[in-house]
Structure formats: structure tokens, C-alpha cells
Design a protein around this ligand. Structure first.
Ligand code: ZN
Length: 277
């Protein structure tokens, strides 16, 4: 039996004060001697997490550790509730811990219209993850791979025993809203994952379906090609609109160029386009 199981979770993201879109994110159960959860979805996903664990003959109160790929609201939202139910140890990269421990700072620095609906509260992060560190979960291990770019505190996890890589949001989604804060770091992180040996299964946060075999390399390469296409699109849009165009107008036009109409201009997409300037 595989010991890393994806848990797909649906949540609402408000892309404007009037409009919500339903999106999916995956948390993962790591079924070692210690029960570990990778990411927690949003505050509204407690029952979904409980049902998914019940199908594995586990329950929320057994979770001993919660580790985070990064600190975006759809990855940390259920933390406070899990802290009440199970008192797990929370683990994240230091740059992610800052937002996990301070939701108000998080919301101020990267506002989302329905932030407080998505994030249930603060927890304290006792285990600060560093690149190369090995997390021992009893009879299964996770190697921490620092993969910033999508966010400052993004990490991926490689499980040697299961030959499985969990890349969170480090692999960009090819359709939909582009989300990253640093272009060079995003590229370097994809290249780092491309060079990782022994990966037979890749999961991203976008889908519960694993990517296997040659698909792993092509998925990571497609991520790099996507970033190149985004660079070309931003440059062409900027050239058409003029170099003095303000960031919100440029962002709106780039997003329209991706087929997103009305364009979801908000702090997270402004940060993405700013990463190209
Ligand atoms: Zn994210």
C-alpha cells in the first residue's frame, strides 16, 4: 500500500468582492508510524479532511505533525482547528512560518478578499524546515527541498522510501491564474527538481493524480516553458501599452491575454506581473 495519499479539497477563492471561483487544492496524508499531514486546505475543509482520513482508518485527532509546502491560505487554513483537535507539531520553512503565525500580517501583505473565511487562525510553528533536512516520521522520511519562487517560503518534499516528490505549487499551473513572486527563483526551483534523482512519482497541489515516468521531466520542463511564455507575453503587452503603463493596467491586460476576462487583478496577480519587471 502506498503511504502517501493525496486528499483533494475544494474551496472558494474570491477573485473580486463580487465573484468567487471554486478551486481545488491537495493536502497529503503521510501514513508512517506517525501520522503526518502535508498542508491543511482551508478552514472550511475540516470535515473533508476527517472523511478522507477515515477512509484510511485514521482520524484527525491522530495527526502528530503538519508540514507545509508553503503558507498560502488554501494550504494553511485548517491549522487552528487541527491544533485544537490534535495538537500536532507544525513545520514550515521560516519564510512561511512568519505568515502561518501571523495571519493579519499575511492578509496585509497578500490580501485575498475572503482571507478570513479561508484561514481559521494562527498556530505556532515549532519545526523550522531547512533545505536538505530529513524529517523522520518513524518508518518513513521526507527530505526538504527548498523551492522558492511561487512564494518565499515554498518547499518540496521527497520521500525516498516511496520514490515520491511532492512539489506543492512550485510547478506552475499552465491554465488559470499565474502565481509567483520571483521569476528567477521559480526557474531555479524547477531546475533543482529536474536534477533530483530517484523520483518515480510527482504530485503537485493541483491534482490528486500522480505524474509518473517520463511525464515527470516533461511536466517540469513545461513549467519552465510556461514561465518563458509569460515573460514574452508581459514584454509584448508592455511594448504595446507603453513602458509607463501602471502595474494594475498592465496586469489586467496580461491576464486578458491569458483569456481571463474579467481579469482577476488582486495583490497576488499584481505580485506575479511585478516579478517580470
Ligand atoms: Zn500557493
Amino acid at each position: 500500500m502506498r503511504r502517501i495519499t493525496p486528499i483533494p479539497l475544494n474551496f472558494d477563492l474570491a477573485v473580486s468582492p463580487e465573484k468567487k471561483v471554486t478551486r481545488q487544492v491537495c493536502a497529503f496524508a503521510v501514513l508512517g508510524k506517525d501520522l503526518c499531514l502535508i498542508d491543511t486546505g482551508t478552514a472550511a475543509n475540516e470535515a473533508d479532511l476527517g472523511r478522507a482520513l477515515a477512509r484510511m482508518d485514521r482520524q484527525l485527532s491522530e495527526i502528530q505533525m503538519v508540514i507545509h509546502t508553503h503558507a498560502h491560505p488554501d494550504h494553511i487554513g485548517c491549522n487552528a482547528r487541527l491544533a485544537e483537535l490534535a495538537s500536532p507539531t507544525f513545520a514550515a520553512h521560516p519564510a512561511a512560518a512568519r505568515w502561518i503565525e501571523n495571519p493579519d500580517t499575511h492578509c496585509r501583505e497578500r490580501a485575498v478578499h475572503n482571507f478570513h473565511e479561508m484561514v481559521g487562525g494562527a498556530v505556532s510553528v515549532k519545526n523550522l524546515l531547512q533545505d536538505g533536512q530529513i524529517l523522520d516520521l518513524g518508518d518513513i522520511t521526507l527530505q526538504i527541498i527548498y523551492t522558492p519562487g511561487h512564494s518565499k517560503g515554498s518547499v518540496s518534499f521527497f520521500c525516498l522510501e516511496e520514490e515520491t516528490l511532492i512539489a506543492g505549487d512550485a510547478v506552475p499551473q499552465l491554465l488559470g491564474i499565474p502565481l509567483y513572486v520571483d521569476l528567477d527563483q521559480s526557474r531555479a526551483s524547477l531546475e533543482k527538481l529536474l536534477n533530483l534523482k530517484g523520483v518515480h512519482r510527482l504530485y503537485t497541489s493541483l491534482s490528486p493524480d500522480p505524474i509518473e515516468g517520463n511525464g515527470i521531466q516533461s511536466t517540469l520542463e513545461e513549467g519552465l516553458a510556461y514561465l518563458d511564455r509569460m515573460t514574452a507575453l508581459v514584454k509584448a503587452t508592455q511594448a504595446r501599452m507603453g513602458g509607463e503603463t501602471a502595474l494594475p493596467e498592465l496586469t489586467a491586460e496580461v491576464l486578458r491575454g491569458l483569456g481571463l476576462d474579467p481579469p482577476p487583478v488582486m495583490p497576488m496577480t499584481l505580485q506575479t506581473i511585478a516579478a517580470h519587471l
